[in-house]
Design a protein around this ligand. Structure first.
Ligand SMILES: [Zn+2]
Length: 436
C-alpha cells in the first residue's frame, strides 16, 4: 500500500520544484535562527535566493557529526527549548551523545514518513505490530511507536531484549508485523525453532529490520526461520531517525527515499558529487525540519542511488542497501573490505550457522583478521560432541577459507567455534572486535 500517493508518486519535475522551494525555505529558516549556519552560509556566499537550481546545492558547505558535538547539547537548535517537544540522542559510545530535537511539526513529519515506511512494508490499519526496538533516547522504539499509532495499528511496545517474552507475545498476540534489528530477528527465529515453536503458524507477515548493516544472505536466513517478508529500512537520528528510506515489499530492490523531506546526494571521500549509480557516501539535506535542520549532512554510510521509477508505482529515488560505514571499512593486507561483504560470503556457506564475529588484531602493527564462525545446527548434531581437532572441523575451516579467498581475496585465520558460543544479539549485533 502506498500511504501517501500524492507525495510518493510525484513526477520528477514536480518533486524537483518542491525540493528547491523547500531547500530555500530551510536555508532562510536556519540562517535567521542558528548562528553556526548563518556564519557558514555567509562564508560560502550562499543566500536562499542564490540557490537557483538543485545543482547549486553543491555550493552549500557540508555538516558533519563533529559540528553537532561541538554544539552539544542544544547549540544547533533553531527554536527555543520551550518549542522542542521531544529530545532523542545517540548512544554516545565514543564520548558525549549526539543530541537531536523535534518540534511538534517535526514529530508530525516523522509520523508521516514512518507511516509511509510501515505501509511500504505491508502494514495496514487495524493490524498489530510488535516493536522490539529499544525505547528511550534511541530513535528506534518511539519512532516506530508514534507512527504505528498514528496510522491506526495496534502497538505492542515490547522494546528490545528478553527473547523468550518476545516469542510468547508473538504466539499469544499474533501481530502481523515485527520491527527490530535483523540480528535480533534471526535470534528470535532461531530460538523459536530450538523451543519447537512452529513459526509458520504465527500470524507474522512482514518484518521491518534495520539500524545495523545487513545483507541479502541474512534476509534469506531470517525469512527461513520467521516465515515473513523481511523489509530493510534506513534512517539516522541526525536527520530524523528511522523513516528516511524503506524498501517496498513488492520489489525490494533499493530503499525509496522520502525525497520531499530529505534531499540525497552521493559524494566521494573528498566530497565531490558522484553521478547516479556510483557508490559513495550518502549525504542528506533536510527539507522540512524545524528544530534541527541539517544541510548536506555526511552520513558516513556507503551506498548508491537509483533514479529509475519502481514497479511499485513510487517515483522516489532508491538507495542501495547500506554496504557499511566509511569508518567501518577494514584494510587487511592491502584488501579493502566491509564487514557486510564478509557476512555475505560467510552466510553463503551452507554448513555454517548464520553467526560470526570478526576479530581485528592490531597488536603487531599490521592489522590481522580472524573470522570466528560456528557449524550449522544439523552439522553440529552429526558431529556429536564438539572436538576442534576432528578432521571434519578442519574440512569446514578449509571450505570457509576457500570461500573468503574466492569472494573477497581475503586470507584470514578461520576459527571454528563450538556451537552456540558466538554471542547472539538482542539489539545491535557486535560484529567486529578490535584487539589492540
Ligand atoms: Zn518500489
Amino acid at each position: 500500500m502506498i500511504w501517501n500517493p500524492g507525495a510518493e508518486t510525484l513526477s520528477r519535475k514536480e518533486l524537483t520544484a518542491l525540493q528547491l522551494e523547500r531547500l530555500r525555505t530551510t536555508l532562510q529558516w536556519a540562517s535567521e535562527r542558528i548562528a553556526f549556519y548563518r556564519e557558514a552560509l555567509a562564508a560560502a556566499r550562499v543566500t536562499p535566493e542564490s540557490i537557483r537550481s538543485l545543482d547549486d546545492l553543491q555550493r552549500i558547505p557540508f555538516t558533519v557529526k563533529a559540528h553537532l558535538r561541538e554544539h552539544y547539547p542544544f547549540g544547533l537548535f533553531a527554536v527555543p527549548l520551550a518549542q522542542v517537544s521531544r529530545i532523542h540522542a545517540s548512544s554516545g559510545t565514543r564520548g558525549k551523545p549526539t543530541v537531536v530535537g523535534y518540534t511538534k511539526n517535526d514529530l508530525q513529519v516523522w509520523r508521516e514518513v514512518m507511516a509511509r515506511s510501515l505501509a511500504a512494508a505491508g502494514a495496514e490499519p487495524g493490524q498489530l505490530i510488535q516493536i522490539a526496538y529499544g525505547y528511550g533516547l534511541f530513535t528506534g522504539g518511539l519512532g516506530f511507536h508514534d507512527a504505528a499509532e498514528y496510522m491506526g495499528l495496534t502497538v505492542v511496545p515490547a522494546s528490545s531484549g528478553n527473547t523468550l517474552r518476545q516469542i510468547m507475545l508473538l504466539q499469544d498476540f499474533r501481530p502481523q508485523g515485527l520491527a527490530c534489528t535483523p540480528s535480533f530477528a534471526l535470534h528470535i527465529g532461531e530460538s523459536m525453532r530450538e523451543q519447537g515453536v512452529d513459526a509458520s503458524t504465527l500470524g507474522l507477515r512482514y518484518g521491518l529490520f534495520g539500524a545495523e548493516p545487513w545483507t541479502e544472505e541474512l534476509r534469506h536466513k531470517i525469512e527461513a526461520v520467521l516465515f515473513l517478508t523481511a523489509v530493510d529500512f534506513y534512517g539516522l537520528s541526525e536527520i530524523i531517525g528511522p523513516g528516511v528510506a524503506v524498501e517496498c515489499a513488492e520489489v525490494r530492490s533499493g530503499l525509496h527515499i522520502n525525497e520531499d523531506h530529505f534531499l540525497p546526494e552521493i559524494v566521494d571521500t573528498a566530497g565531490k558529487a558522484l553521478p547516479p549509480g556510483t557508490e559513495g557516501e550518502l549525504v542528506l539535506t533536510t527539507l522540512t525540519k524545524e528544530a534541527l535542520p541539517a544541510f548536506r549532512y555526511r552520513t558516513g554510510d556507503v551506498t548508491s542511488l537509483n533514479p529509475e521509477p519502481c514497479k511499485c508505482g513510487r517515483t522516489t529515488v532508491r538507495m542501495a542497501r547500506i554496504k557499511g560505514r566509511t569508518d567501518d571499512m577494514l584494510i587487511i593486507k592491502g584488501v579493502n573490505v566491509y564487514p557486510s561483504q564478509v557476512e555475505a560470503a560467510l552466510l553463503a556457506v551452507e554448513d555454517l550457522a548464520p553467526h560470526y564475529q570478526l576479530v581485528v588484531d592490531r597488536t603487531h602493527g599490521f592489522p590481522n583478521l580472524e573470522v570466528h564462525v560456528e557449524p550449522a545446527e544439523r552439522v553440529a548434531q552429526r558431529w556429536g560432541r564438539f572436538d576442534p581437532t576432528h578432521p571434519e572441523v578442519a574440512a569446514l575451516r578449509h571450505k570457509v577459507g576457500d570461500r573468503l579467498r574466492a569472494a573477497l581475496a581475503l586470507n584470514p585465520e578461520i576459527v571454528i567455534e563450538a556451537p552456540r558460543t558466538i554471542p547472539r544479539s538482542e539489539g545491535k549485533a557486535v560484529r567486529v572486535i578490535e584487539r589492540k
